[in-house]
Each structure stands twice: as structure tokens, then as C-alpha cells.
Design a binder for this molecule. Structure first.
Ligand SMILES: *Cc1c(COP(=O)(O)O)cnc(C)c1O
Length: 228
């Protein structure tokens, strides 16, 4: 069941790439395993999931430790409290949700402690909704400039979560804006800041996100089924 679902998602990714003339190898699938027990995550790994996305530090610590024999990559996609940075740098190959300098500084400090350069994305609140985390688009350059001075974290791109719509087409303008912002940021050429990754698109809208340039799609429900 899980295997079929995962294959179906991969097919949808391939079809979306074909539609817009992109190489499917440029889109990576993050299987969002939040709230799923370790056994189910392991089933997903066995079925071929290579990147797992988690939202909660304690839960991720438990699962990453239980599944440490598997050579998979863990990505953090939730809201990160500054006091959890020390755990985050130990577990995650990519943190998608850096949205403030204070958090970036703490990640830098904790990464330095363990001799790591931590790859991160900057989360942008592209819709400006009050309820959403992420930095305002017009503040992004300033944050990137400040973060570029930190030696133990490395920005790889941007991430966003548009408002929820039941029609994926409605998310398209938000994906377009994030793409445009990332191109503008790339043009500023801030030293040490990469703009190759765009994390956008979830179960309901990842095809549209791919058409608009996503390189990382975060898919939970379409792979694991509804969360409890
Ligand atoms: C839960 C979550 C997802 C996955 O959502 P689905 O609709 O289940 O695919 C993606 N991104 C973030 C940030 C999430 O919290």
C-alpha cells in the first residue's frame, strides 16, 4: 500500500517534470513522516524513501535513533525553537525553516560545537498571513546578509508554505513569487549564500510547485495516508 502510494507520487513528479520540460532528477521528494510511528517510516524507507521530513524535534530524535541503521537523510520542516537547535544540528542534513537571525546564530554556535557546517533554507512568509511563520519577503535579503557572516551554517535556498487551497492552481502565484524572490536573491550574489534549492509543494499542490521551480517537494498524506 505504502509502496504503491510512493510509486504513484513519483509518477506524478515525473509527469509534472515532463509537462514543463524539467529533468526529474532535479526534484527531490521529502517524505513527510511527522506523527507516523517508526515502523511505518521504516516501511517507507524500505519502499524507497530516501529523505524523511519531520516537524517535531523530540519525535525526530526518537525515530532517527530507532532507524539509525538506515542510510537516509532527515530534513527538519517544522517551527524550530531556538533552544532545540542543539538537537537539530545533530540529526538533520537540511533545516528548511530558518526564519530569524537569533535562530541562525544558535544553529551556527551548535554546529560549530560538533564541527559541522549546517545546510539550511530560509523560510519566507510569501503570503503575509499572520498565522504563518517565515520572514517577510522584503526582509529576506537583510537576513541572508547577516547569515552569510556565520561560518557554520550555509544557506542553500528558500522555503515557503502558501495558504491552504482546495484548488492547487490557486497556490501558483505564491510559488511564482518565491521563485522570483530566489532569483533576485541569487542576483545579489551574497558571499557564501546559495540559491539552488526551492522547497515548496505538498500533497495537494506539488505538481504546480514543480512547474514553478521547486527542487524539494514535501509530501506527507499522499504517501502515508491521513494523519491521526
Ligand atoms: C505536514 C507538512 C507537509 C506535508 O503535508 P501533506 O499535505 O500531508 O503532504 C509539508 N510541509 C510542511 C511544512 C508540513 O508541516
Amino acid at each position: 500500500m505504502l509502496k504503491q502510494r510512493l510509486q504513484a507520487v513519483r509518477k506524478r513528479i515525473a509527469r509534472a517534470c515532463e509537462k514543463c520540460g524539467r529533468d526529474p532528477a532535479t526534484v527531490r521528494l521529502v517524505a513527510v513522516s511527522k506523527t507516523m510511528p517508526a515502523a511505518r517510516v521504516e516501511a517507507a524507507i524500505t519502499a524507497g524513501a530516501a529523505i524523511l521530513g519531520e516537524n517535531y524535534i523530540q519525535e525526530a530524535r526518537e525515530k532517527a535513533s530507532a532507524l539509525s541503521r538506515h542510510a537516509v537523510s532527515w530534513h527538519f520542516i517544522g517551527h524550530l525553537q531556538t533552544n532545540k537547535a542543539k538537537y537539530a544540528v545533530r540529526i538533520f542534513d537540511l533545516i528548511h525553516t530558518v526564519d530569524r537571525l537569533k535562530l541562525a546564530r544558535e544553529l551556527d554556535k551548535q554546529a560549530a560545537r560538533i564541527g559541522k557546517i549546517q545546510p539550511v533554507l530560509v523560510q519566507v512568509n510569501i503570503s503575509g498571513e499572520q498565522s504563518k511563520s517565515g520572514i517577510a519577503p522584503q526582509e529576506t535579503e537583510k537576513l541572508l546578509r547577516a547569515v552569510s557572516a556565520l561560518e557554520h551554517i550555509q544557506v542553500r535556498g528558500l522555503m515557503t508554505m502558501p495558504p491552504f487551497f482546495d484548488q492547487p492552481e490557486k497556490a501558483r502565484p505564491f510559488f511564482k513569487s518565491l521563485y522570483r524572490l530566489s532569483r533576485r536573491m541569487a542576483e545579489t550574489g551574497i558571499a557564501g549564500v546559495g540559491m539552488d534549492e526551492l522547497s515548496m509543494g505538498m500533497s495537494g499542490d506539488f505538481e504546480v510547485a514543480i512547474e514553478e521551480g521547486a527542487t524539494l517537494v514535501r509530501v506527507g498524506t499522499a504517501i502515508f495516508g491521513e494523519r491521526q
